[in-house]
Ligand binder design. Structure first.
Ligand code: 2NL
Length: 340
């Protein structure tokens, strides 16, 4: 029996020292020290020993069990350390490596200009309103006093979905909707995309961006229109900017005018930018036609208003010295990155 115990001790210690993985070590523990293991098997034969032999063998068996336990525990710790070291090595992260650069986007030049225009008008008490691009004929033309035979309504000029639905040709439709559900005083600007059946070239696009403005209250006069627009352009282009108004015709305003601003390049002397004129035509405007107020449920005998509309692409092209409108729509990042 002594020999058997010694054999188990030396075999088991050698096997434990040779175990390379914790799973292998665990099966050795089951094999030698487990409930049905070799050591237990031998201890079951203790009953056959003489009374004199039994305590000696008992002592030896306990020594062997203790030696195996100590060896198992030590080897398990070694293997765990080794596994941790291997994991730390394979999962090592070099925290000093510089991070990959994050690409931060920026605003499109048109968006920059829209926001500048909004900021100036909002400081003057105007609120920004929006509305649908797919619009009823009524809001785009009829409510704006534009009769059915008017050239602007021609299918050659406007994109129609059906007899009474179209892509809006101006954001006036948004202002008509605003007047329908709000009572004066009203001070709004309506920026957004509008559509006209134009061929694409350096200065034309079937889609462009417009900002219209509208003020309706008791006692609004053409003076308020001139003062508001003059201040707006002084803020946008600098305090030396001058404006002038020329008579014009729109179906939805009476009287109507076109507005020029002094050339921001030459200050009015005349240069290639203003084609020697000293002035640049920049917007259309006028006093809201009484019929338009009436169509929107506002009494023209009590209230009056002014309105204006301008294309934003031209302002963006001039502001950034861009010579072709198509560049604003092609989304070529090499071009757009210049405006961050
Ligand atoms: C232009 C001229 C203009 C308006 C737009 C307007 C809106 C309402 C009532 C009356 Cl609700 N008028 N808008 C007035 C005058 C001119 O735009 O050249 N647009 C590109």
């Amino acid at each position: 029996m002594r020999e058997a115990l010694e054999k188990i001790r030396s075999e088991a210690l050698a096997a434990i020292a040779a175990a390379q993985e914790s799973a292998a070590l665990e099966s050795l523990r089951v094999r030698y020290s487990g409930k049905k293991g070799e050591l237990t098997g031998i201890l079951k034969m203790m009953g056959k020993l003489s009374a004199e032999e039994r305590p000696k063998m008992g002592q030896l068996a306990n020594d062997v069990r203790a030696a195996l336990e100590a060896a198992f525990t030590a080897r398990a710790a070694e293997l765990a350390d080794r596994a941790l070291a291997a994991q730390l090595k394979s999962e090592a992260v070099d925290v000093t490596v510089p991070a990959a650069p994050i690409s931060v986007g920026h605003q499109h030049p048109l968006t920059i200009v829209i926001n500048e225009v909004r900021t100036i008008f909002e400081a003057m008490g105007f609120e920004t309103v929006e509305g649908p691009e797919v619009e009823y004929d009524y809001y785009n033309f009829e409510a704006l006093n534009t009769p059915p035979n008017h050239p602007a309504r021609d299918t050659q000029d406007t994109f129609y979905f059906s007899d009474n639905m179209l892509l809006r040709t101006q954001t006036s439709s948004v202002q008509v909707r605003t007047m329908e559900h709000r009572k004066p005083p009203i001070r709004v600007i309506a920026p957004g995309r509008v559509y006209r059946s134009d061929a694409v070239d350096a200065t034309h696009s079937p889609l462009f961006t417009q900002i219209e403005g509208l003020a309706v209250d008791k006692g609004i006069t053409f003076t308020d229109l001139k003062g508001t627009l003059d201040l707006f352009f002084k803020q946008l282009y600098g305090p030396e900017t001058r404006t002038r108004f020329r008579p014009h015709h729109f179906a939805y305003t009476e009287p109507s005018a076109e507005m020029d601003m002094s050339c921001f390049k030459c200050g009015g002397k005349g240069c290639p930018m203003c084609k020697g004129e000293g002035w640049i035509e920049i917007l259309g405007c006028g006093m809201v036609h009484p019929k338009v107020l009436e169509n929107c449920g506002i009494d023209p005998n009590v209230y009056s208003g002014f309105a204006f509309g301008m294309g934003l692409e031209r302002i963006a092209l001039m502001r950034y010295d861009i010579d072709d409108m198509r560049l604003l729509f092609e989304n070529d990042l090499r071009f757009l990155r210049q405006f961050r």
